[in-house]
Design a protein around this ligand. Structure first.
Ligand SMILES: [Zn+2]
Length: 224
């Protein structure tokens, strides 16, 4: 059962990069698993559940598996065909001069981190609720527009999920050991993905500030 070994590498790398970037929690990891990769998806997700729940940063973090269909290319007739159905012999010309194009991958497709804007959304909601509770009539302009910021942040949290779906940036290809040499490059990509969260939150806040100011200006114009 080599799935457990793979899971340990995934846990180690995701955890390390997340900690380096002060990410408190990773929500989900999406794997691309090739049809002929020898990795059994349900064993991988079972091992993941067991191993991830031992880490605070990955507790409850879901692993999703995309199955990548295996495709073989024929070197003689240059056609592609389904590997699982026809094996090494080309169904078009019977040539055995064929090679696997894809279907052997064990890769992290994406990791989903939406804790940064989400945390801010929670704080903003708390401020708004506290304001409502106090029933303050002297709301500042920004306080009045907090609900808008809140909506944008929650929206941003969802957007971040989409933003993190990028393909094949972090790869462990078999054989495992040669693949590990590439882990450094993958970690750089992962770091970029993780750090999107913080700028994203800042951008959303900036957009909201402009929105709030524009609304205030409009209101003043209407009053005069
Ligand atoms: Zn052929």
């Amino acid at each position: 059962m080599h799935e457990l070994g793979i899971v340990f590498y995934i846990v180690k790398d995701v955890k390390q990069v997340a900690e380096e970037n002060h990410v408190e929690h990773v929500s989900s990891v999406v794997m691309d698993i090739g049809e002929v990769s020898t990795v059994v998806p349900h064993l991988l997700t079972d091992c993941w559940r067991w191993a991830a729940d031992k880490e605070d940063i990955l507790r409850g973090c879901e692993m999703k598996v995309n199955t990548i269909p295996a495709v073989t290319l024929c070197g003689d007739c240059n056609k592609e065909y389904e590997t699982v159905k026809f094996g090494k012999t080309c169904p078009y010309c019977n040539s055995k001069n064929t090679w696997l194009l894809r279907g052997n991958e064990v890769e992290i497709n994406s990791i989903i981190v939406f804790v940064v804007p989400l945390a801010q959304a929670v704080v903003t909601s708390a401020i708004r609720k506290s304001n409502e509770k106090n029933n303050r009539s002297d709301h500042s302009a920004f306080a009045r527009h907090l609900p808008a910021l809140e909506k944008m942040l929650w929206g941003g949290s969802v957007m971040l999920v989409v933003d993190h779906v990028i393909n094949g940036e972090l790869t462990w290809r078999f054989p495992f050991f040669t693949a590990l040499e590439n882990a450094g490059g993958g970690a750089v990509m992962l770091r970029e993905m993780l750090t999107v969260g913080v700028p994203m939150s800042l951008v959303i806040t900036a957009v909201w500030a402009v929105y709030a100011l524009a609304k205030e200006r409009k209101k003043k114009v209407q009053l005069t």
